[in-house]
Design a protein around this ligand. Sequence first.
Ligand code: PEP
Ligand code: MN
Length: 339
Amino acid sequence: MIIKMKKDSTKKQYQKLAEFLKSKNLEIRDVSSEFVHIFGIIGDTSSFEPVDLYAFEGVDEVTRVSTPFKKASRSFKKEDTVIKLEHGIEIGKDQFVMMSGPCSVESYEQLRTVAKVVKQSGAHILRGGAYKPRTSPYAFQGLGEEGLQILRKVADEFELLVVTEIPSSDLLPLFEKYVDVIQVGARNMQNFELLKTLGKSTKPILLKRGLSATVEEWLMSAEYIMSGGNEEIILCERGIRTFEKYTRNTLDISSVLTVKELSHLPVIIDPSHAAGRWSMIEKLSLASLAVGADGLIVEVHHDPEHALSDGAQSLKPKKYLQMTDELKAMAKLLGKTFI
Ligand code: PEP
Ligand code: MN
């Protein structure tokens, strides 16, 4: 952190600030000139924000020079983190990992019909919401524990793994029992109590980017989980809120590149919640592979017109299988394995 004092700041004001910084075990390196009083502070500044220092009189400008996240940062760990799952899945290496399924688990028959298509595509991870975070309290809220049981049963039938969203900390024991990868939804990205609980989980976490979160805030949420002891995190870009109304959200495809520069964690894309329209999913998926994402999470439904949630962005089986064929061909060209 670099601190510049005001031109008319006093020695007393500086001493008060210096005392505070020293109490935090920080070292002060003066780099002042005859025109400006400026100094760098060296050490662990993670317990406060640069803006907190404006509380001290005489402070003119505070600039952070290192990232506020540590364990999630590329400077902390140079090599890419690879999340290993059953069936030889390695997220973050040279595979393009596909997670597919309906938005919501609606019934055993519905999930079974979709899972059959997911299996046929060569994917190994089945998605589906059992607890649904809906904008309206009157919309379908999910089947709850029964949904988790259906997910497990169907996934086992087809030898697939399960990824599904956890809505609150108290449900962790249930999720540990039924689920392979625990998803944190966009609306819960900054539910810090939930993140702390997941820091104690033994399961990998799929951390979605919040609706209006910066990449830094997203990585700080990863840091919450990692600082609790769970370092198995897969980031998921799912589109952010912008002024554009035609699509549900705006897919921030460059965030994959930002994450890869700032962090060692793997990152996948959810084109379904980004676009909100099935007609755009194929092209956005190919773009995700091209930009270097480690995989996709995509919504598929055999009867989207009658889906209980997100039918408009769900691919029908035929379209989904056509898309996965294209992804396989493109992955091969890029030296990646579709799995
Ligand atoms: C979902 O994956 O079903 C979902 C609700 O996603 P998000 O949290 O990204 O809106
Ligand atoms: Mn959905």
